[in-house]
Design a protein around this ligand. Structure first.
Ligand code: NAD
Ligand code: IPM
Ligand code: MN
Length: 347
């Protein structure tokens, strides 16, 4: 019997993960659940955003369902104690280097996209984002220059193995789709990116059926709003992938619609909406639970081998959306709970 760790976190995290859990329970898959605190909630309760009790629950679980972390009350703590360290720490602790962020336009959401409907309709891509390296995990610090000016630095770095293993995930993802891979970097300026590009080209030799292209990240940001239908699988680093996926989400209607999977070398994965804790709407029952619910489907698919149940969740979300169920971010007025009910009705 699979054990799911529910790490709800802060803000709307608990609101959306509660709905994802309800959907999983309704499917009667024999899953067991164990909840543990993370982020600001854990800092308040235990003095640390990722306390040992939570790590222990994550350790014994088969998969982790994560909500969101972040709370403006803790934005001025020293970095090691800020809520965001919980998600960074979990990704690192379990070696979850591969982040899959699928973005597609659900039928009926053409009007919610910030793009013209004829352009938005064609969105169907996966962003493969590297998740445990880059400027996120390089040496960082604050200090004072010789001239007495305050300074800060964050080292951007990758080694060839880190690039090669995420490149392989990119090529494998492309093999399961349209056999086209676009690597996004900033090789015209950054050494990290030149290494990235060189290694991706080397790994491509193992995937002769995949057509590999390269694009600079600034152009990619522009192309995403010009013609997102051109993209299929985007392979990119941690920072660029973070930014491009938020942008892709709005092209597809709302950040409340995009799920993600964080995967490593073992079957244990972490599944979470790409959005944050949304302090502006937290506690009001307004959050869109679709990203969290779709993340639970990714969990069934990637960690538990329950493909059929995953398909049922995806279809129920698509059906609810098609028939007009909408939270506020999608231009409707359903509460978080009512949106999840609309999905449960179609399971
Ligand atoms: P955010 O994603 O929390 O919110 C951005 C905007 O999108 C807000 O207006 C919010 O109301 C809206 N939004 C987000 N999710 C929504 C949903 N499900 N339904 C409807 N509207 C939604 O980003 P932010 O405001 O930049 O960050 C808030 C906090 O979340 C910060 O502390 C940040 O560090 C944290 N954060 C955490 C994660 C994570 O836990 N993985 C991800 C992103 C941001
Ligand atoms: C995300 C978030 C995180 C990231 C933050 C909260 C550390 O923005 O999951 O997209 O930048 O990876
Ligand atoms: Mn992000």
């Amino acid at each position: 019997m699979a054990l799911i760790a529910i790490l709800a976190g802060d803000g709307i995290g608990p609101e959306v993960t509660a709905e994802a859990r309800r959907v999983l329970e309704a499917l009667d898959l024999g899953l067991t659940f164990e909840e543990a605190k993370v982020g600001g909630a854990a800092y308040e309760a235990a003095g640390h955003p990722l306390p040992p009790e939570t790590l222990a629950v994550a350790e014994r679980a088969d998969a982790l369902l994560f909500g969101a972390v972040g709370d403006p009350r803790f934005d001025n703590l020293e970095r090691a104690h800020r809520p965001e360290q919980a998600i960074l720490g979990l990704r690192k602790a379990f070696g979850l280097f591969a982040n899959l962020r699928p973005a597609r336009l659900f039928e009926g959401l053409e009007g919610a996209s910030s793009l013209r409907p004829d352009i938005a309709r064609r969105i169907d891509m996966v962003i493969v984002r590297e998740l445990t390296g880059d400027v996120y995990f390089g040496a960082k610090g604050r200090g004072t220059t010789e001239a007495g000016l305050r300074e800060g630095h964050d080292l951007m770095r990758y080694d060839e193995e880190e690039v090669a293993r995420i490149a392989r995930v990119g090529f494998e993802t492309a093999m399961r789709r349209r056999r086209r891979l676009l690597s996004v970097d900033k090789a015209n300026v950054l050494e990290t990116s030149q290494l990235w590009r060189d290694v991706v080209i080397e790994v491509a030799e193992d995937y002769p059926e995949v057509v590999l292209d390269h694009m600079y990240v600034d152009n990619c940001a522009m192309q995403l709003v010009r013609d997102p239908g051109q993209f299929d699988v985007i392979l990119t680093g941690n920072l660029f992938g973070d930014i491009l996926s938020d942008q892709a989400s709005m092209c597809a209607g709302s950040i409340g619609m995009l799920p993600s999977a964080a995967l490593g070398a073992t079957g244990k994965g972490l599944y979470e909406p790409i959005h944050g804790s949304a302090p502006d709407i937290a506690g009001q029952g307004k959050a869109n639970p679709c990203a969290a619910i779709l993340s639970s489907a990714m969990m069934l698919r990637h960690s538990l081998g329950m493909t059929e149940a995953a398909d049922r969740i995806d279809a129920a979300v698509a059906g609810a959306i098609r028939e007009g169920a909408r939270t506020g971010d999608l231009g409707g007025s359903l509460s978080t709970r009512a949106m999840a009910d609309a999905i449960l009705d179609r399971l």
